[in-house]
Design a protein around this ligand. Structure first.
Ligand code: ARG
Length: 577
């Protein structure tokens, strides 16, 4: 635990306990304008002890021996706060420890087996901007949780089952396999889907064929399954192309679509029935989890089997809970799914709890997110009015980044610029998404996300590249500076040191609510602290060799934290741009 605020909290906790004559006092330690931190705990304890808050604060100060070695000063302030100023050599010592630590002060936690359900596009449908958030947020969570030592299992719950496959397979047969494959591998999944849909709506014979085909599919008919698999493979090929372009970790090994739960579906019904949870409602089998009502105030059921025996999305999500808990033995299930599915997931979780499939300590969390909006504050559309295709969005981001970099650094050779443009363009899209609190909607804004100023990927990437260039231009090997003895003297050095030492806390804080924007805010503050440091504290031109060496080490450490932090968000940090 390198975070000085945590070290202070632990030490002060003991002193507060001693003064209170009991354990479990929980003083709140906050960063403060007047000092490095302020402890606020004496006020609450004063009542309990019948003493004045300032008196209690003074007693705590004495009980902790002034935190010698950690603080250079502690003062009782105002109505009984403790203003704490960290000792420069304490900070320097902590920084030196972090500098030689490959994990940069980030520890590992007690591992959990975590399933992260994310991306989940639908077969025979284009990945559009609606899949951006789940894919980008989910991937960042995978990286962050793995880094903390959790066992993470990625699951891509693609929509690869259900009634639409009847019409899709019949359309495939009409076109002929080869032609359909050509059509689909061009990436025009939506066109294929729309044609099938149009025939289904207009042509009764086709409609009957489609319905019969669904029955064949569900009963496991070999030829039908083969055709279905063709559609699935052509679609996943397209998804994989998007993933690899974007540097998303998902591969075919992570596919765990709705179809994977097909054999479990009957069991969901029989088990719910055996538990006495199943009820009839309008000819369907349903479960009524308490607390849900429809517009008229009547209890709202979760439908698990429709009239003619068909299963649905809820049935497969219940089977999915069973699979994740009973077969895989996961103890944390994260569903990175948009806000519109909140009620569906909440009802599924509740029914799974009623059935005892989901019980402590297993936790299921809906990691919900808002929408990506156009400048008109409506769902982001392409020029043709269709939802913007994921692949087009990424291509445009890279093209725009290329222009921006050409303007900023005309000397960069073209092939290097292309490589950097990919990192910056894709980084910009990911960061714009990750840096907004996920529960909120955000307006997609090319100019802003690609700006080299403000809380953007290019700004952070540039801060990193600038540090790399300090070393490059001075011909200094970065590996040689990590074991330098660091010193912390100037206020800007202190601020930067405190930021660097807060890296672990930022990550823990991010995962407490699965909110990547918290790590983004941290990295932005780190970059800002670095800028202030670099403006005020000469590095290569420092007054003496020891200071120069220490500042170079501070630069290197900043770059490593930035690189690691961006990497945990799934964003690359080029060494020059
Ligand atoms: N394929 C679904 C959709 O596009 C998302 C699946 C999310 N995961 C789940 N277990 N329901 O809406």
């Amino acid at each position: 635990m390198a975070d000085p605020l945590h070290i202070l909290a632990a030490r002060l906790q003991a002193a507060f306990d001693a003064v209170a004559g009991r354990t479990g006092v929980d003083p709140v330690i906050r960063p403060s304008e007047h000092a490095d931190a302020q402890a606020n705990g004496a006020l609450a304890l004063a009542k309990e002890l019948g003493r004045s808050p300032r008196d209690v604060a003074q007693a705590v100060l004495e009980a902790c021996g002034g935190l010698s070695g950690v603080c250079s000063s502690i003062e009782v302030a105002g109505p009984g706060f403790l203003n704490l100023v960290l000792d420069n050599s304490f900070l320097a010592g902590e920084l030196s420890t972090v500098a030689t630590d490959e994990r940069l002060g980030v520890g590992v936690v007690a591992p959990r087996k975590v399933i992260i359900d994310y991306s989940a596009p639908n077969v025979a449908k284009e990945m559009h901007v609606g899949h951006l958030r789940t894919t980008v947020i989910g991937d960042a969570l995978v990286r962050l949780m793995e880094h903390l030592g959790h066992e993470v299992i990625r699951e891509n719950h693609i929509g690869d089952w259900g009634t639409p496959f009847g019409m899709l397979i019949e359309h495939l047969l009409d076109l002929g396999e080869t032609q359909a494959a050509d059509h689909l591998s061009l990436g025009d999944l939506d066109g294929f889907y729309k044609q099938a849909r149009a025939k289904f709506d207009a042509d009764d014979v086709f409609k009957d064929r489609a319905r019969a085909r669904v029955v064949l599919l569900q009963s496991g008919d070999t030829e039908t399954r083969r055709l279905w698999k063709l559609l699935v493979d052509l679609s996943t090929k397209h998804f994989n192309a998007v993933y690899s372009l974007l540097g998303i970790l998902l591969t075919d090994d992570d596919l765990m679509g709705e179809s994977a739960y097909n054999d479990l579906l009957p069991q969901v019904i029989t088990r719910l029935d055996a538990l006495g949870l199943l009820q009839q409602s309008d000819g369907a089998d349903v479960v009524f989890p308490p607390g849900y009502t429809n517009r008229d105030g009547d209890p709202l059921p979760l439908i698990v089997q429709k009239g003619q025996g068909g299963f649905n999305y809820a049935t497969s999500d219940l089977a999915c809970v069973i699979d994740r808990v009973e077969r895989i033995g996961a103890d944390l299930l994260l569903y990175v799914v948009g806000a519109p599915q909140a009620q569906h997931l909440s009802m599924v979780f509740d029914v799974a709890r009623m059935a005892g499939w989901l019980k402590d300590p297993v936790e299921a969390v809906h990691v919900s997110f808002g929408s990506v909006l156009g400048s008109d504050r409506k769902m982001l559309k392409s020029r043709s009015g269709d939802p913007l295709k994921f692949i087009d969005l990424v291509t445009e981001a890279v093209a725009r980044a290329d222009e921006a970099i050409a303007a900023k650094n005309p000397e960069l050779p073209a092939d290097e610029r292309a490589r950097v443009a990919r990192m910056v363009g894709i980084g910009a899209v990911k960061y714009a998404d990750l840096s907004t609190d996920r529960v909120r909607d955000y307006v997609f804004d090319w100019e802003r996300m690609l700006s080299f100023d403000g809380n953007t990927a290019p700004y952070l990437q540039y801060a990193h590249a600038r540090i790399c260039s300090i070393f490059r231009r001075a011909g200094i090997d970065r590996a040689s500076v990590a074991s330098t003895t660091l010193s912390v003297v100037e206020p800007q050095e202190r601020d930067l040191a405190l930021k660097i030492l807060g890296f672990e806390s930022a990550i823990l804080d991010t995962l407490e609510r699965y909110s990547p924007h918290r790590l983004c805010t941290y990295l932005y503050e780190l970059a800002t602290a670095f800028t202030a440091f670099y403006e005020h504290c000469p590095v290569l031109k420092a007054d003496d060799d020891a200071i120069r060496a220490s500042r170079l080490a501070l630069c290197d450490l900043t770059a490593r934290v930035m690189n690691r932090g961006l990497g945990l968000l799934g964003i690359d940090a080029p060494e020059q741009m």
